[in-house]
Design a protein around this ligand. Structure first.
Ligand code: VG1
Ligand code: CO
Length: 576
């Protein structure tokens, strides 16, 4: 192969957000748009003295439209940059949790298709998303880029067939290897080290247990088939939407092509599980309901957990896994050493950490902030998660949708031990959730999303609230006593970096919280996220309706933020 150098001109706005660069697919299809960004990543790596020439690079994605074309473009740039080996998941598919040292072609939970969204993330050799210093430097490079170096004569890689192909490197001094591999194998092998697969298999084959798994046509499908059907021996009828599709099923599918595992988009699964849009049981639901239900997002790093007629809020799921951590082999040897949640995630986890007397960290939104913490030996094994349906541990440096599901199945298996007890009724997801609330109390939690708001309006609203921090009159809070009203700023305890402006928070003395953020994964305009939390102690009402329960706080939040005045929005577009 040879390297061709050709001139290019910068595109504006190539700034990675919470998780990679996300734009309309058609933006990515513009001449050299993707190439400019990828070249900028390599230029940054070279600057930071990362030994690219010795590296193995993974290039794969969640299977959305333009995935395949993008892989060929990135391969040409990577070869020109001198990469030793390229690994590509069969058919270009690889879930985010399985990708280490990788370009991941995904806009995650955003819809896919030529008229929808595309994205690219870069994860370093430790599997962690590029930290802020790196993404900022990539952005600077995109503004200055003037040339592309590509191995234009690299033949088109056949990504449909597993196998290795050797090419001469551009300098003719070595061979470079391109390997197309079975996407699911490595990751499932890693998960086998975290859990007791035999015990889970025994549990899921009980006659009184049944489950349903929805991959929403994202990349998790083949992994789900491998784990649940090939390994645990469950029938393929438990799988919903497990064939990856370029448009995740498109606008006419039950998820509207939005591979986001939540109450609004995973409707097919929720309906089957008897769970309404409000997270409450569907009245008069007929038919058999499985005992366990779960779903993943487009790139398979998110998870949703359901029981029969029960929705487990992601913040609760995190706290419940923490409280039952001794059920999971990965943690059995030394116990859980530390845990973390993103700032908007409910404080249910904090209560568990308090009782376990272990550190509980509060980070800004996005997985890149957990990486530093879990790299510290004194905090391993480590558990972390977000309200946005992401949960994981230090087995990798990303959230992991399959991991969370196996964690729940392992807990269920432990609560329903051996043969002798088979005559007893199944301890259900609902039993586990209720036991948790009666021990720690319940953190009622709802998120309102206002999508497609004009950017300037969202910024003005956020600016208004940050200007007001410290100046709110004492009677501004509808009689509730305020503890903190500020702009969240994170001091990374490990590398001492500071991330400012990570959301507006109102914390009340009674344990309620209001948080405002602007999303960093949106593609058009701005999405305002309003996070609402109300704590109810163990002796309080643990059976209330979450939407109703947080309503008074929501009204206060709308008053404080003047959201309607700033944006003209009367109601959120999604509640979850
Ligand atoms: C959202 C979620 C955040 C998550 C991020 C990436 O970010 O709120 O918790 O880490 O998506 O998830 P934002 O900035 O839009 O709020 V994924 O599964 O889209 O890579
Ligand atoms: Co995702």
């Amino acid at each position: 192969t040879h390297v061709t150098t050709k001139p290019t001109t910068p595109y504006s706005g190539q700034k990675p957000g919470t998780s990679g660069l996300r734009k309309k697919t058609r933006d990515f299809m513009q001449k050299d748009y993707l190439a400019n960004f990828v070249q900028s990543v390599f230029n940054t790596l070279v600057d930071q003295k990362v030994p690219v020439e010795k590296g193995t690079l993974v290039i794969s994605g969640d299977g959305r439209y333009f995935n395949k074309e993008a892989i060929q473009i990135i391969a040409k740039i990577a070869v020109a940059a001198g990469v030793d080996r390229l690994w590509i998941g069969q058919n270009g598919l690889l879930s985010t949790p399985a990708a280490i040292g990788a370009f991941i072609l995904s806009a995650s939970h955003n819809p896919g298709g030529i008229d929808e969204d595309f994205g690219i993330k870069f994860n370093g050799m430790n599997g962690a998303p590029a930290p802020e210093q790196v993404t900022n430097s990539i952005f600077e490079k995109t503004k200055q880029i003037s040339e592309l170096k590509m191995a234009d004569d690299l033949p088109e890689i056949d990504i449909s067939k597993i196998g290795k192909t050797k090419y001469d490197s551009p300098d003719g001094k070595k061979h470079l290897e391109v390997e197309v591999f079975d996407s699911t194998e490595d990751h499932v092998n890693l998960l086998k080290k975290c859990f007791d697969f035999d015990k889970i298999k025994q549990f899921v084959s009980r006659k009184d247990f049944s489950m349903c798994y929805d991959a929403l046509h994202g990349v998790q499908g083949p992994y789900a088939k491998k784990v649940f059907c090939d390994t645990f021996g469950l029938p393929s009828s438990i799988l919903l939407n497990c064939e990856p599709k370029e448009d995740f099923g498109g606008p006419n599918s039950p998820s509207h092509g939005h591979a986001d595992p939540n109450l609004a988009n995973a409707r097919e699964l929720c309906d089957r599980m008897g769970v309404g849009k409000d997270g409450m049981p569907i009245e008069g639901h007929k038919g058999d309901i499985p005992a366990f239900g779960a779903a993943a997002d487009g790139d398979a790093d998110r998870n949703m957990i359901l029981g029969s007629k029960v929705f487990v809020s992601p913040s609760d799921s995190l706290a419940i896994i923490a409280d039952n951590i001794e059920c999971i082999p990965f943690f059995q040897k030394s116990g859980l050493k530390a845990a973390a949640r993103s700032m908007p995630t409910s404080r249910a986890l904090d209560l568990v950490c308090e009782s376990k007397k272990i550190p509980c960290f509060e980070t800004p939104t996005g997985w890149k902030f957990f990486g530093n913490l879990m790299d510290c030996e004194q905090y391993q094994p480590f558990l972390c998660g977000e309200e946005s349906f992401g949960t994981g541990s230090n087995h990798i440096r990303e959230k992991d949708g399959m991991w969370a599901v196996l964690a729940w199945l392992q807990i269920l298996a432990s609560k329903n031990p051996d043969q002798a007890l088979r005559s007893k009724p199944l301890v259900t997801v609902e039993d586990i959730v209720r036991a948790h609330w009666s021990k720690y109390g319940r953190n009622y939690y709802v998120r309102y999303d206002y999508e497609g708001v004009e950017l300037a309006q969202a910024e003005n609203m956020m600016k208004y609230m940050s200007d007001m921090a410290g100046k709110w009159p004492a009677d501004a809070f509808n009689g509730m006593e305020i503890e903190t009203a500020d702009v969240f700023k994170y001091n990374d305890p490990v590398d001492k970096s500071v991330s400012d402006n990570q959301g507006i928070r109102f914390i009340f003395k009674n344990g309620s919280r209001i948080v405002f953020r602007v999303s960093g994964t949106g593609v058009v305009g701005a999405t305002i996220r309003l996070y609402l939390e109300k704590y109810e102690g163990p002796s309080g009402n643990l059976n209330a309706h979450p939407l109703e329960t947080v309503k008074p706080i929501a009204e206060l939040a709308l008053k404080l933020s003047k959201l309607e005045e700033f944006t003209g929005r009367k109601a959120p577009s999604v509640m979850t």
